[in-house]
Design a protein around this ligand. Structure first.
Ligand code: 5GP
Length: 189
């Protein structure tokens, strides 16, 4: 997606260890026009997949998923990373090692918002080693639903997340694929 790639080049910065900082439009401040276009792009890619619900991960997955869910006319659910006092039981949970925080989080989705037989589209902001996506897939499987695809805003193709997901047979659609962040420079695939 050219608009996204241009924004990454204009506003992104490379921080140590192959991490791309995009706080000015995706991970802290949000560029709503860009998010609307990203959502429409996901909806276009998955329009024939008979998606019944979108599942993402709080907090940075929510903005790019919102318009996709609106366009596909399906509900959007986000897995929670922090335990909520109002969410005590009736949960699907999975452990996810965070690439950027270097810690393991328990993610959780209420059993009320994932049903057996559903066709779930997973969306996330970044794909690195695939841990977040695999945790979400695990939750969908616990519910007896099917993952029809994984939509990623920014894929770091020099890490093995895509391979992990494709080996298991999942369709991965990324809007920007980064080949390298070496020497502080973003190179797209
Ligand atoms: P994975 O689980 O695929 O290893 O990593 C994906 C998750 O880690 C995403 O949900 C995202 O929050 C975070 N992440 C991974 N790499 C980056 C990065 O380069 N920049 C930012 N901002 N987040 C990243």
């Amino acid at each position: 997606m050219e608009e996204l790639k241009a924004k990454i080049l204009e506003k992104g910065s490379v921080v140590a260890d192959g991490v791309l900082k995009v706080d000015s439009f995706l991970n802290h401040q949000i560029d709503t026009n860009l998010m609307i276009n990203i959502g429409k792009e996901f909806a276009k890619k998955f329009k024939d997949a008979n998606v019944t619900r979108i599942l993402t991960l709080e907090s940075s997955g929510i903005a790019p998923s919102f318009m996709a869910a609106n366009e596909l006319n399906v509900p959007l659910v986000f897995a929670r990373k922090r335990k909520s006092l109002t969410m005590t039981d009736n949960l699907y949970t999975s452990s996810v090692y965070s690439f950027t925080k270097k810690e393991t989080n328990e993610i959780a989705v209420s059993k009320n918002y994932l049903e057996k037989g559903e066709r779930i589209l997973i969306i996330d902001d970044f794909l690195a080693n695939g841990q977040a996506a695999l945790g979400l897939i695990n939750i969908v499987e616990q519910a007896g639903a099917e993952v029809v695809g994984v939509g990623i805003v920014i894929e770091k193709s020099f890490q093995d997340g895509r391979a992990q997901l494709e080996q298991k047979g999942y369709r991965v659609e990324s809007l920007a694929r980064i080949l390298s962040l070496e020497n502080g420079t973003v190179t797209f695939l």
